[in-house]
Design a protein. Sequence first.
Length: 269
Amino acid sequence: MSDQRGYYSLIQFFPDASRLEGANVGVIVYSSAENRLQVRMSRSNQRIRKFFGNQNWNLVSRAKAAIVGQLQSQLFLSVQDLESYISKRANAIQLTPPRPMRISNLEADADRLFERLVGPDLVETRRRVSPNLKKRFLDAGVASFVQNSVSIEISTMKKSIRVPYAYQNGRFNLITPVQFDPDKESILTKTGKSRFEGQLLRNEKHPSHGEMQLVVVANFDESIEQSTREFVTDALRDSSVTVYTLENLDPLIEDIKHSAASHAADSQI
């Protein structure tokens, strides 16, 4: 399209509205010619944490999702409609008054403005589960009690399941770390994959290791609601997958220690 008149507004987070200090978390770009807008919202809370420290991330994420849903579902027939919507905002997520701009491509302009005014929507620097799991095993003194880099061939599927750790406690437990980020499609995909692999392992008897079981060490992004965490945990356990979280890894560590001690005692008999 040729250049057309439009407007943009910053979406900002204010932990304390009385202090008038906010962090940019998104942008909207509105086309007067088309009477439609594009919303770009950061998936990360990195900027908020940088400026204001820890918040109630569940509330923050719900507020961000709510305003995106509202903006995408409403019809703004003029910039005055948009200004009216903005003036009625009263919670921690606020929008700046619309500022004029020239629009050549609504979607591309929204992307560029987001990059410039909010920043690259990089996956937030989180505690990634794999390196932290390794460190926890080392710190707890159980790293030598687990097998590393184990691959199991599933005969019925002609498929290999590879995990970083495994140990024996009557069943051969294959430990896989799983990072759950806020994207719901990703959560469903990872949950489904772990359920499927758990069922395959449970139904397979390995010629050397015997009966097997999948053990998931889950690390949930702090913004994921408790109800979603419980859904994932229950879904996995329904498929005979043992689930631990990175925050509460002590039961797994204790089981590894106990199994190693029992194995050592049996070998001395």
